[in-house]
Structures are given as structure tokens and as C-alpha cells.
Ligand binder design. Sequence first.
Ligand code: MIC
Ligand code: SF4
Length: 781
Amino acid sequence: MRNNNLNSKIEVETTPNLVTKVYEKLQNKISAFRRAVNRPLTICEKILIGHLDESAVFSSSDALVAGNSYVLLNPDRVALQDVTGQMTILQFMLAGLKRTAVPTTVHCDHLIQARIGSDPDTKAALYENNEVFQFLESASRKYGMGFWKPGAGIIHQVVLENYAFPGGLMIGTDSHTPNAGGLGMLAIGVGGLDAAEVMAGMSWELLYPKRIGVYLKGELNSWASPKDVILFVASKLTVSGATNAIIEYFGPGAAAISCTGKATITNMGAEIGATCSVFPYDKRMETYLRATGRRAIADLANKRVKLLTQDPQIEKEICENRENSINYFDQLIEIDLSNLEPYIVGPHTPDLARPISKMIDDIKKNNYLDTISVALIGSCTNSSYEDMSRAADVAEQAREKGIKTKVSLQVTPGSEMIRATIERDGQMQLLIDIGANVLANACGPCIGQWSRPELKKGEPNTIVTSYNRNFPGRNDGRRETMNFIGSPELVIALALGGRLSFSPLTDELTANDGTRFKLKPPKIAPETPERGFKDVTDIYIAPATDPNSVEVIINKDSDRLQELQHFPKWDGKDFEKLPILAKVRGKCTTDHISPAGPWLMYRGHLDKISDNLLLGAVNADRDGEVGRGKNTLNSKIESFPHIAREYKKRGLKWIIVGDNNYGEGSSREHAAMTPRYLGCAAVIAKSFARIHETNLKKQGVLALTFADPLDYSKIMEDDRISIIGLNNLKPRKSVNCILHHVDGRDEEISLRHSYNESQLEWFRAGSALNILHSMEEASLE
Ligand code: MIC
Ligand code: SF4
């Protein structure tokens, strides 16, 4: 089934050429599909069908059963960032390939630590991460990838500004890749090995997603913003509610939201587990394409509107009767934007939402710390020209009254283009005038790259951000930090009020002259600058024209980068009486399994980063114990990575037991590679998040779920677990598992899996990479 055409010599194309070809392909495939399946199509169906691999046959829609059939797709682009990209490139190299077959870019954004401010922090990062940046740059030049230097901006913002296009399909090694859905693209977050395979010219496999429709009507007004649309949707669907689904926004309200506002909404679909989210092509996207120097693409899209939008009959039928939505969507949510209030979510999970009017009650009920310590705006989610203009409008009102924020305010612009433009147009100055400090154009505090020496160890504190994630420990590595999320304009208002309970809708501030005043809702802001975006230079390096002359730089003694070794093949034996390294309780995101912050340093060094394994995970058997468990060899309570290394030394494989939505959040495959490296045979969970489940499968760890989730509670700390019948693993067939309890009782439980036949081969071969490598070797023979 797979496309064996490795190393095919496809030149990196200019985007208009690529887009022309993609639209032709969409046209042909969608027409063929329509001949077989005669019904109106949604936009995500059109894009998926238009990107199906050549092997797909359109005899009927039976081949595309949502949540059941796997499909092979050919993405148009790949985007890598500097921390997940390291493993992706190391795996690409290990597979022995010469050049990327699909246009690919690398973005340096996660490694800049926020300390003082933009310039000194970027300089310090260049020095401290020099070796990694050199590796990424040399590999990019050699293998044909565009390289965006540190300081150029955050991956998703740079992709939106330069590469995203309506109707396209891209994958990225970052879970917020769906940001490009704001420009009508199906953009999906994946693990590094998925990306390496596509870069090698292989098709990409996806579980054909379900569809959730969000019908938007009315118009946002007052303090409500695009952020509130997604915070509201998150509260309805919860963190796992959109797993293996694409969220498709449509209706008259969609056109009332700017392209970058749409991107905020699609970006945060990652927080509810969505495969991706998408809006249909419209005038607002055209405006953004033209403003970002892509007139040719806007013209091409305008000629193909039918391919890039939902068939109109769908909306018509749904408007006549909401029940008709079942013909097109698995679920329908309806939002009247005119009635939407600003929301605040958190702490510690992005689906704990309430409208701002209810915040004060929640603070009292839950004893949240009302005093805010730091307010932060920006990130890949919310740093558009429109966002910054609305935030600056609130700042201007405060400046006119002679006041500043009551708490520290930090701004991370999403890209150098945005930073330079808001500096020229005055928004930045307005923010600085009320006390803002400008950080680098990078992820910074959003991913724990935030030095807060002023904060005492264990000191509880409240922060508010316009970011997208708020897992415990996420921003500053401190689990006691309570992190709340809202729109940038709301965060500015809260920074002026200094309290979480402050509501700009009802509360007053005191001006410098002692008079009281209320903030007005920010004015409607321009979605793109009247004078155009500022041109920025010296932020991009193109692939080398003579790749053979470029040597990929990896220092042999490096503690940042380590060449990978292949994981061993499965030995053909059942897993007999394996110890449980960790049984985790409750939320276990990839930030719990493989924390970021200081550990980001080691994302290119598998051995070193393995020392963070499960450090954030809550031990289900030991109340309150985090990152530690019982070493069955000596009965001592030790850290999980330490125990895992002890087991590995003795050649003992082990198991992780997970709760619901295990592995939610990031795409980092380190959360699957480090367990694999230290000897994990299987993860048994109540349920998995999509990307993490694929990452486990790809790295050769068995990903299994309880047939009966109540069996989770049958597993005790001292049990040994056998997983048997592995030679007979088959798609859709359950797996037998025996719990050997310490009192001598054996108990049998049934496990499920979602492997298809070719994924089972990954397990047998030891990893998907081992298969890619053998295919590459065969193609050279
Ligand atoms: C995130 O927002 O969690 C990250 C950091 O961008 C991750 C990627 C990573 O862990 O490197 C993501 O979203 O995939
Ligand atoms: Fe960076 Fe945060 Fe966006 Fe992830 S969510 S890409 S860490 S800004």
C-alpha cells in the first residue's frame, strides 16, 4: 500500500506552482469521488479526498469510515520546530536518506529562554544552543529544508505568514500545527517519525477522522474575541472530546472573524484533542493572503472557491432543520457570536472554563489566589496584528488615565514581522508605556522557558496568559503556579486590575488623578496593517544549491545531540510477568511524561532526556507522590527514571498503566522514545490521545487500552503483568492479559488495541523507523 518511491527527486517548489498542482489534484480526485458517492461534501472531506494517495479507490465511501478506516495521504508541506525537529532529522538521517521529497521548513523558536528581554535573551540562546542551531542549520541546508533562524518567530505564526494556503494539507511536528486551519488548510500535528517518513517521500497514514461541525452565526462584540469561541468550544467538548475528529467551522459567523482570529480558534483545537480544525475559504483569508505578499495564491484560490468551501446545500439543509446535520457531522455545536461572553479557563486544564462574570464565584469556591503575579500575552496562538492592536487599545485607555499595570506584563510577539510592524505602528509603544516588557519572538514562558528567580520555591501564585496550554508546571516548571488563560485584551485588563476577580465589564479602575473609570471594550481592530506588514530580512536561510559540500555538524562528545541507534526487533516472545514502572492517576499529558522547560536542552540526546521520564506523573498507588514509585528490586521509593534504568540494566522490560486521555497535549515523540529506550514494553491506558498513541506505536511500544476501563483499578503496585498471544496479534482482535497479584492470585483481563496490519509490523520490527531503513536499503540494492 505504501509509496516506495523514496528519495524521489522532487525539487522544492515555489508556493504558487505547488498550489496550482494541488488544486488540479483536488479537482480530479473530488470529481472522481463525487461520481462514486453522490452527496454534498464538507470542506474537510474535500481536502482529505483531494490528498488521498494514488492507491485509493473511490468505488464507494465504504473505504472512508470515520474513526475506523486508515487512509494514506500525501501532504503538501512539512514544518519542524527546533526541539521536536532534532529527533525528526536524526531519524531521517538514520533512515539513510539524502534529501527531503516534500517542501519542509525548520523553525527555531522553542529554545530561547525568557529572562530579561528580547535582545539579550536571543543572544544568550544563540550562544547556549549554538551547537543545536548549527546542527539544524547544516542539516537543513544539506537535506533541502528552509531554515528560519532564532528570532524569526514561532513556527505556526511563520507558517501562517508564509506557507499556509487554502485547500492544502500539511503536517508539523508540533501539536499546534492546526493553526494554519485559519487559512483554510488541513494542518495536522504529528510525531517526528511521521514527519521523517513524509520527508522521505512516503505517504502518511491517518485514521479517517470523524467530523464535528460548529455553526457560527452573529458577530463578536464588546470584549468577546475569537479566543472566547475556542474557550467556549473547549468547555463543551472537554480535553478529549474531539479526539480523532476534525472540527469544521461554518455559517455566517465564520466570515465575521478575521483570518488570524480563525487561526487562534483552529490552533487551540489541539487542546480538545482534535486532529485539526478548519474554516472554509473566504474574503478574510483573501485579505490576509494579499497583505502577506501572496497575491498569486489569493488569485488561484478565488478561481477555485468551490473546491475550498463546503457545498452550500449542507448549510442550507442544516439551517432548515438542525437534525439534518447527522448526514454530514457526527456532532453539531451552534454558537451565536453576538451572545458570547469573554471566558477565562484554568487552572491546570484548558477546558475548565467559565464566562468572566462567574469567575469571582469560582475564586471563592476554590480558594484560587486572587492576586495576579504576572500577565503574559502573545504566543503562537494570539499574537496577530489584530490581537496586538486590541490589546494596545486597552493599554491606550490606561495610558490616557496615567496608570500602568499593577503586575508585571510580558509580551511575546509571534514573529519578527509582527514585532517590527507593531513597533512601527505604535502598538508596542502603548504596551511598553503601561509597563510591558518585550520578550523574544519565541515560545518562551509558554513552554517553561521562563526564568523566575524572584519566585520562592513552593510559593503559590496566579498568572494569566493568552497562551493555549496550562498544564501544571507548564510555564515555569512550578506545579504550584495557577495558570489561567484568556484573550490578550482581557489579560491586559486583568493586569491593570491586578486581580483575577477583576472584570472589565463591571469593575472600575482608579486613574492617576484619583477619579474612577471603566475600561471600554477595545475598538474593532484592523486585521492587517493599513501600511502593509514591515519587510524583515536576515531571518531565513535557503537550502544549499550544492548539498554534497555541506556536512551535518554533530559533535561526538556532545551532551545536546546524540546519533540514534535502532531499537531492537521484537524477540517474538510474549511479555511474561513484567513489573509496573508506574500506574498513573488522572491527567497525564506529555508534559507529565517528558517535561519541557530545562529538559528542552536534551531533545536531541535520547539518553540524557530519558532522565525526565514521568517526572510529572502522579502515582496512583501513593497519595500525592509525583514522579516516583516503588522499585520492585529493592522496595525503595525512587524516581521513575532511576527505577527504569535499574530495570534496563538487568534486561527487565516493564509496563506503564495510564488513565484517561493518556499523553494529551504535545506532539513530542520523546514521551514515547524515552520509555522505549529505557525498556517499556507496553502502555495500558483507559484511553489515549491521538498523537501520543501513534508515537508509541511508531517507536515499537505496545499501546493497549482496557476493554473494561474498570479493570484499571484491579492493577496493584506490586503486580506483575503478562501480555500473551503476541504472535497472534491481529487488527480488531483483543489481547489477553494476566495480572499476577502479590498474594498469588492470577486474574485475567482483556485489552484492546487500534493497530492495523502495517502498524503491527512496526511493533514486530522494533519501530517504524526500522522498516523505513530496510526499505531504503532495499531501494539502494
Ligand atoms: C507545546 O506547545 O506543548 C509544544 C512545546 O509546542 C509541543 C512541542 C514540543 O514538545 O516540542 C507541541 O505542542 O507539540
Ligand atoms: Fe510554542 Fe507555546 Fe505555541 Fe507550543 S503552544 S508552539 S510552546 S508558543
